[in-house]
Design a protein around this ligand. Structure first.
Ligand SMILES: [Cu+2]
Length: 337
């Protein structure tokens, strides 16, 4: 077989003498077609000087840690009149006086009313302007909880929506500023019946600076401050209630806190309220909305006795039986912590 005629041309292009076929490749055609395909060497440097377009790609660290999940933010709370720490949905978060990640007093019943703030898996972070330190603790039961400046965070069970701060001041739980410090404003649940027919949206608890706003009904001779929500505390210590005897106006919320290492209860003799077992550090609150004398005791230690006398306030409503408040007549509400 003879080589085709184009082979010498290719051989020349490659600069090789293909004489394998025995035929001398005489054709000295000086690169006929090659010049055609030659690319003009200098590609004319008309390239413009590129006006600093390299703004792309801000150095993505390829080994970037998993982005933190934002779990808290700052929200301005209208009722407290200040910025507070909330979850990302705006629900108020609380911390309890004296609690740290290694000293947790809200357990058992307490968690029913103060659900712990459980973080999502992975790394957590905070929204803008949160300067407090966020972390996660693991409780003895193995559950996790977000901490703010080492203080465990909780919801309050009666906060129904963003902006609610109904737990502020109950059981030593308070809201926190963006830097983690305590906002020492207590908001009490409004007593049920104030003015007859009043709409009393029970959520509009007023900030506690309890200025006894004399209501419009100043017709009564005695300028009696009508039911203003108040708060009283009773310590349970050394197997005794202190003070054992308390007189309060209608609408007062009394909070008992157990300081003993032994479990106690706050149990009305009439059955109107019952804290069930309060471990050390746990609290129980009851709002007295019906005048009367409420004797109570500790179930495991019947010699522990106390009395709360709820005095009439405002217009002397007529026949109110001075017995125990019962569920029939707008009775008080209570919480364990
Ligand atoms: Cu007891």
């Amino acid at each position: 077989m003879r080589a085709s005629v184009f082979i010498p041309a290719i051989a020349l292009l490659l600069g090789l003498a293909f004489t394998a076929c025995g035929q001398p490749a005489p054709t000295p055609t000086p690169i006929p077609t090659a010049t055609a395909t030659r690319v003009p060497p200098a590609p004319t440097p008309t390239a413009t000087p590129k006006p600093a377009t390299p703004t792309a790609i801000p150095a993505t660290p390829t080994t970037a840690p998993v982005p933190a999940t934002v779990v808290v933010k700052v929200a301005n709370n209208a009722r407290l009149g200040t910025d507070i720490i909330t979850d990302t949905a705006g629900r108020t978060l609380y911390a309890r006086d004296g609690e740290t990640s290694t000293n947790i007093t809200c357990t058992g019943n307490c968690l029913t009313n103060w659900p712990q703030f459980i973080p999502p898996p992975g790394t957590i972070g905070a929204g803008p302007n949160v300067t407090a330190k966020l972390d996660v603790l693991t409780r003895q039961d193995g559950t996790r909880q977000v901490t703010l400046n080492d203080q465990p965070l909780y919801y309050f069970v009666r906060d129904t929506d963003a902006g609610s701060v109904n737990g502020a001041g109950l059981g030593n739980f308070y809201t926190r500023r963006p830097d983690g410090t305590k906002i020492a404003i207590s908001v009490q649940p409004t007593p049920t019946p104030t003015v007859a027919g009043g709409p009393t949206p029970s959520a509009t608890a007023t900030p506690i600076p309890a200025t006894p706003t004399p209501t419009a009904t100043t017709v009564a001779p005695t300028a009696t401050p009508t039911t203003v929500s108040q708060a009283k505390s009773v310590n349970i210590a050394s197997f005794a209630f202190s003070p054992a005897s308390l007189t309060v106006p209608v609408g007062t919320t009394v909070t008992w806190t157990n300081q003993d290492s032994v479990t106690h209860t706050v149990t009305a003799d009439s059955g109107a309220f019952n804290s069930v077992g309060l471990a050390f550090g746990q609290s129980f609150s009851y709002t007295f909305t019906t005048p009367g004398t409420y004797a109570y005791h500790c179930t495991p230690h019947p010699n522990m006795k106390g009395t709360v006398t709820v005095a009439q306030s405002g217009t002397p409503s007529s026949s109110t039986p001075v017995t125990s408040g019962d569920t029939s007549s707008g009775d008080g509400s209570y919480y364990n912590y």
